[in-house]
Design a protein around this ligand. Structure first.
Ligand SMILES: *Cc1c(COP(=O)(O)O)cnc(C)c1O
Length: 447
């Protein structure tokens, strides 16, 4: 990862004669040789892979929507069910797994994944709830400075959250909301356009809220440059990392990001509706002037149970917590974070993503190059693991929905997104090169 927040260009071997991805045969043996050389190959066995109707494992390419279930999740959740059954209320304060401080176990591994410090990262609530809680603190409009920049194609929940925050403060989205769109005829946001929009909004800009990775195209935005541009005009900068956390390396602290939120059921494999993450930069965590919606889980831990009614905020991002958290969902998250830690964190995962992206690029070009268009970026440093494919039928756009249905029927789990894109995401913890080979074979067949 480079200092400007974009991802590094592929290092070293890419494109050189000894680059195995560039030289691997495009047949099944080639895919298998890449799997045999993959240092992360053993991690697939840590997950339950859903089965196709014929009994074979699905080609699961939809971890961008719901990550696979780690096999260890059941053990972690069962352990808490057992502790509840045997300890009852005493489980809150008994043993190493006591529920009162239970969430603290997630702090360091989660901080490692997003490049935060332990006092900057907490798991709590769900993503949209966290966006709201953080905007209560970080969107503080005044008549002179009340504008918010988002992207025109923002995920609807983010759009709704921002619009409702603007209205809640007595402003009007028609005058306070600025949306940045790709240039006419283009699919991706232009990095320079984003930075220019921030500079243009200038003194009127209160908040920038952008994704780290765009959910539709998979485009990685230059988070450090956006943060610097926002700060240069006196605005606060936050990121929605739903598609970034567990997908691309992040350095939130170093990039000086003000706040961020993300869900854990996509690349972080914490299960449907999993508990979400939040980041607040160290320089803000103990700021007594920040407005905050408060609850008892945000007040000092040592006096919390004295039930005093003076809010004494924990001097970390934990002061944004409202409620005692859902332990069963936290247990599921811990099961998954353990796998990430064992895998060595984001660096090896990113390295495999780059191999898989370049391999799938080659395969797609070779087998179905004239039938698909990649809506995602082509440069590796602007991509995570997700592809966004538009299918062509001669010079027309093909019926992607029908192709998607046929893929599903053939055992490929992927998703179709209105109006015409199929998203596929090789996830480095569990997608094999053979999966990618099978996917392209099936896609060619279907087309
Ligand atoms: C997945 C996703 C969401 C979902 O929000 P929840 O609060 O978890 O339901 C929101 N925003 C983005 C950008 C997403 O990708």
């Amino acid at each position: 990862m480079s200092a400007d927040g974009s991802l590094d260009r592929p290092a070293g071997r890419a494109g050189t004669p000894d680059d195995p991805v560039a030289t691997a045969g495009l047949d099944l043996d080639g895919a298998r040789s890449l799997d045999a050389a993959d240092p992360l190959a053993g991690f697939r066995d840590r997950f339950n892979v859903p089965r196709h109707t014929d009994g074979s494992e699905q080609v699961y390419l939809v971890g961008n929507s719901l990550g696979l279930a780690p096999k260890a999740t059941r053990t972690w959740v069962d352990r808490e069910l057992d502790r509840w059954a045997t300890l009852g209320v005493a489980g809150h304060f008994t043993g190493d797994l006591a529920w009162a401080p239970y969430h603290e176990q997630a702090t360091q591994p989660m901080a490692d994944l997003v490049g935060g410090r332990p006092d900057e990262v907490v798991v709590m609530n769900s993503l949209t709830v966290n966006l709201h809680l953080l905007m209560i603190s970080f969107y503080r409009p005044t008549p002179e400075r009340h504008k918010v920049i988002i992207e025109a194609g923002a995920f609807p929940s983010d759009h709704f959250a921002v619009e409702s925050q603007i209205r809640q403060r007595g402003y009007d989205p028609t005058t306070s909301l600025i949306t940045v769109a790709p240039r006419p005829g283009e699919e991706l946001l232009d990095d320079d356009d984003l930075l220019a929009a921030i500079a243009d909004a200038g003194d009127a800009l209160a908040l920038v809220l952008l994704p780290g990775v765009q959910y539709y195209t998979g485009q990685v935005l230059p988070m450090a440059a956006i943060t610097a541009a926002g700060h240069a005009v006196g605005a606060v900068v936050g990121f929605d990392l739903a598609h970034a956390a567990g997908n691309v390396p992040l350095a939130l602290h170093e990039w000086d990001v003000d706040f961020a939120a993300w869900c854990t059921y996509k690349y972080l494999n914490a299960g449907p509706g999993g508990i979400a993450g939040a980041f607040v930069h160290r320089r803000h965590v103990a700021d007594p002037d920040l407005p905050k919606f408060a609850g008892w889980w945000g007040t000092a831990k040592d006096t919390r149970f004295e039930m005093a009614t003076t809010f004494d905020p924990i001097p970390t991002v934990e002061s944004w917590q409202l409620s005692n958290p859902p332990i069963l969902m936290l247990a599921a998250l811990l099961a998954s974070l353990e796998v990430f830690t064992e895998a060595g964190g984001m660096a090896p995962l990113r390295a495999k993503t780059e191999r898989q992206v370049r391999y799938l690029d080659r395969l797609l070009a070779d087998r179905v190059g004239d039938r698909i268009e990649q809506v995602n970026a082509s440069e590796l440093h602007r991509r995570g693991c997700q592809f966004a494919l538009r299918l062509r039928d001669g010079d027309r756009t093909a019926d992607g929905k029908a192709v998607h249905a046929a893929l599903e029927a053939a055992g490929v789990a992927c998703d179709w997104r209105y109006p015409d894109v199929i998203r596929v995401a090789p996830v480095p913890l569990y997608t094999t090169f053979e999966d990618l080979h099978r996917f392209v074979e099936i896609l060619e067949d279907v087309l």
